[in-house]
Ligand binder design. Structure first.
Ligand SMILES: Cc1cc2nc3c(=O)[nH]c(=O)nc-3n(C[C@H](O)[C@H](O)[C@H](O)COP(=O)(O)O)c2cc1C
Length: 380
């Protein structure tokens, strides 16, 4: 058996893993298979559980445990701005008529009227019910994109669960540190999915300085050993990688079991990941009301041209969800929201998670042991 290189930071001790690499939480992409595969490859797998109902989440956690005995975590999106009690029918009344008509017309034009996305009641209550499962199943890490509610951290700590919070600026990093988050993910503008305004290179050192000694992990545009070493040089203790693991055989397919994806859409996603360069994405608010980086497509372009004002979360996702489901079911893959980061130009083929991890770690070892000592002269 090939000897595995040693590449450790403090993050390995905090997470109980071999390598300082975390799989980014990715709803509708990173299911139980990918989570277990990344944990087995030496990193920390992170289940993208945003769209999972509590019993689905429980079943997927158990599936992960049947595939690995290594640690892993669960990630959800819980926006701070959502209403406390979610009454779907009442909220729908706040969607302006012209918005509804625009989306209806698109659905008519594409022959996808009547499609229904599986209900996803974005609410604090729903987040609570997901957390309850994480607690009952004794998952050691719980990650949150978009917001971390006040009640969560004390309850998680009482249950022995560590909280991992994503931030996109220093102000939120300081706030989350004061609340007691265990690990802060400084996620730069380069990232796929929901993303902020500050680039990874500028964000990471500023967050590191502002929240020390709370551990900071860098995210956004890290897909090989160069990115990992750069993240460490900026003061982070590891990397949180999304786009790099999207381009793996283990990604996506679990969500087809739940009807959220299908074969043509997954194949088109893989094709885009391989073919597209760093300019192929665009930031749009069409999908959720918040800025999201996804491959540019006819749908987000039509939205930008429409001149319609984006609605706040969760109204915007309620507006477009059935249309997106219809596009996916019909195989109109070009219209499906394919989130991806600016690092896509680096992706040349679909690999296994183990190969991606070997590449990241092998590249980082090479830089630290051979490249730096031969190219950089250091004296003190
Ligand atoms: C397909 C996709 C789905 C995502 N979904 C989520 C999510 O559900 N929860 C979350 O916290 N972040 C989500 N993100 C953001 C990632 O957690 C992560 O911050 C980002 O992928 C890092 O940048 P990178 O893609 O350049 O590696 C998503 C990203 C992608 C690409």
């Amino acid at each position: 058996m090939k000897k595995r290189p040693v590449f450790r930071t403090e993050l390995c001790d905090i997470l109980g893993v071999e390598y300082p690499v975390m799989l980014a939480g990715m709803g509708t992409a990173g299911g139980y298979t990918l989570t277990a595969a990344v944990s087995n490859a030496g990193g920390l797998g992170m289940l993208g559980a945003t769209f999972l109902w509590p019993e689905e989440l429980r079943s997927w956690i158990r599936k992960i445990r049947s595939l690995t005995d290594k640690p892993f975590g669960v990630d959800i999106l819980l926006p701070a701005s959502i209403p406390k009690d979610f009454d779907l029918d009442k909220l729908k009344d706040y969607i302006p008529q012209e918005h509804t008509e625009f989306i209806r017309k698109m659905a008519r034009d594409f022959g996808v009227e009547g499609a229904k996305m599986k209900e996803w009641p974005i609410s604090e209550e729903f987040g609570r019910s997901q957390f309850q499962v994480v607690k009952e199943e004794k998952v050691p890490f719980f990650a949150l994109g978009l917001g971390t509610p006040d009640w969560l951290i004390p309850e998680a700590h009482e249950a022995g669960i560590k909280i991992v919070s994503l931030v996109g600026n220093v102000r939120n990093a300081v706030r989350i540190k004061k609340m007691g988050a265990d690990i802060i993910i400084a996620q730069g503008h380069d990232a796929g999915g929901h993303t902020g305004r500050i680039g990874t290179f500028a964000l990471v050192p500023q967050v590191v300085d502002a929240v020390a000694p709370t551990p900071v992990v860098a995210a956004g545009g890290i897909a090989d050993g160069r990115g990992l070493v750069a993240a460490l040089a900026l003061g982070a203790i590891g990397a949180w990688c999304g786009t790099a693991f999207l381009a793996t055989h283990e990604c996506f397919w679990d969500f087809a079991e739940l009807g959220m994806l299908n074969k043509p859409t997954i194949e088109a996603y893989y094709r885009k990941l391989i073919e597209c360069d760093e300019e192929a994405e665009q930031i749009s608010r069409i999908y959720s009301g918040k800025t999201t980086r996804a491959f540019r497509n006819m749908l987000n372009e039509a939205w930008e041209k429409s001149g319609l004002k984006t609605l706040p979360m969760p109204l915007q996702s309620m507006l477009v969800s059935d249309l997106l489901q219809g596009m996916m079911e019909k195989g109109e893959a070009e219209y499906y929201p394919m989130f991806a980061g600016q690092i896509t130009g680096l992706i040349k083929k679909i690999r296994s998670s183990q190969e991606v991890m070997d590449d990241i770690i092998g590249g980082a070892v090479e830089i630290m042991q051979k490249q730096f000592p031969s190219e950089v002269t250091v004296k003190s």
